[in-house]
Design a protein around this ligand. Structure first.
Ligand code: ATP
Ligand code: BUA
Length: 356
């Protein structure tokens, strides 16, 4: 039997799966604590730590001799169209140099490449976080020389939008949806006729705060902080996309722990959880304007959507816009597998990534 290994490194987790013949035959989500992650200076230096966990998973599943491909979540590359890409030298060199910024998903191709070499099989990425379908007007930032860019959970946003369109008896290619992905990071996209035409990009300091991202900040106060604390660009990146959000308010990125504290009567934890939902709801409303109010469905997805209180807090503020569908967790593993499978079976040609 032929198996495909799927590797999905997130900011707070490493998700692993083995697929065969369109079925997920094994999966494991390894959650990383704040302490575990903070022992590493940067994302790239987590490679060996995460690779060891993956090796244990492969050994446990006894698939060393039957793996035919490995597919990883695609990271911060130059803006590119969606699709399946071969993991090649150009792609790896942009990720290792962190040319387009640092992100846990950068490890997807790097880790896939490690196991591709070990087992002599091809490695791919699918619909990386930089899939860019934004309209020109959405890229205007307000300051000449700086453009907004598309960095989102594109893979999962598109997968859940497709499923929801089908449930509505429609096609993704002719629907209007708003998708809010609530993970360690948060992204909110406006999907129109099969394209994500605008999106809130939390990695670059836009939109709502998340378990570990700041989202939008008052700029003058932040500039003062940079000057007063003599921060480098690397410090700033780490602060806004790793050490902010719930982590800065509560010292915690795991919402299950936050909710235990709320149950035990921690009113501060309850306040900041609700503030996060409040900000997500505002971003959803912003995207409804992009879609001129014509919204077939609002979709809430990502790990945080397992939380009933977060679902209720957001829904109560946005249900006047359109129906709200909750899609807890994600469909990333299946979408990664399908992308690799299409290429292996000759249904689609893998794209070649080239340096700028
Ligand atoms: N059952 C649950 N109840 C409440 N929160 C949960 C549950 N399961 C996961 N979460 C929370 O979801 C968040 C992580 O979501 P997810 O797994 O989608 O993120 P990730 O993959 O690490 O990062 P990202 O999606 O940004 O790439 C964490 O705060 C986690 O505590
Ligand atoms: C996936 C891009 C958004 C984020 O991680 O904040």
């Amino acid at each position: 039997m032929e198996h495909i290994l799927v590797i999905n490194p997130g900011s707070t987790s490493t998700k692993l799966a083995i697929f065969s013949n369109h079925e997920q035959i094994a999966e494991e989500t390894i959650r990383h604590t704040v302490e575990e992650i903070s022992q590493f200076e940067n994302v790239i230096s987590q490679t060996d730590f995460r690779a060891e966990l993956i090796k244990e998973f492969i050994t446990k599943q006894q698939v060393e001799d039957s793996l035919v491909a490995v597919v990883g979540r695609g990271g911060l590359l130059k803006p590119i169209p969606g699709g399946t890409y071969k993991v090649n030298e150009a792609l790896l060199s942009d990720l290792i140099a962190e040319k387009y910024n640092t992100h846990a998903s950068n490890l997807g191709a790097i880790l896939a490449n490690e196991f591709a070499k070990e087992y002599d099989i091809p490695a791919f990425i699918v619909d990386p976080v930089v899939v860019d379908e934004m309209e020109p007007i959405a890229k205007v930032s307000g300051l000449k020389g700086i453009n907004r860019r598309s960095v989102t959970h594109a893979l999962n946003q598109k997968a859940v939008a497709r499923v929801t369109a089908e449930e509505l008896g429609k096609e993704y290619e002719t629907s209007s949806m708003i998708v809010a992905h609530l993970g360690g990071g948060i992204s909110v996209g406006a999907h129109k006729n099969g394209k994500m035409i605008d999106a809130v990009n939390g990695l670059d300091g836009e939109g709502p705060f998340s378990p570990e991202r700041s989202g939008e900040l008052p700029l003058v106060d932040f500039a003062n902080l940079i000057i007063e604390e003599n921060l480098t660009l690397a410090d700033v990146k780490k602060m806004i996309a790793g050490n902010s959000g719930l982590k800065s308010y509560l010292g915690e990125t795991d919402l299950r722990e936050v909710e235990k504290r709320i149950k035990a009567g921690d009113t501060e934890a309850a306040f900041y959880e609700e503030a996060m939902s409040y900000q997500v709801a505002k971003s959803i409303a912003e995207m409804s304007v992009v879609l001129k109010g014509e919204v077939d469905s609002i979709i809430l997805t990502g790990g945080a959507v397992y939380s009933e209180s977060i679902r209720k807090q957001i829904t109560s503020r946005v249900e006047w816009i359109a129906r709200v569908k909750a899609f807890p967790g994600e469909m990333e593993m299946q979408a990664l597998y399908e992308g690799a499978w299409r290429v292996l079976k000759g249904k689609e040609e893998a794209k070649d990534y080239a340096l700028v």
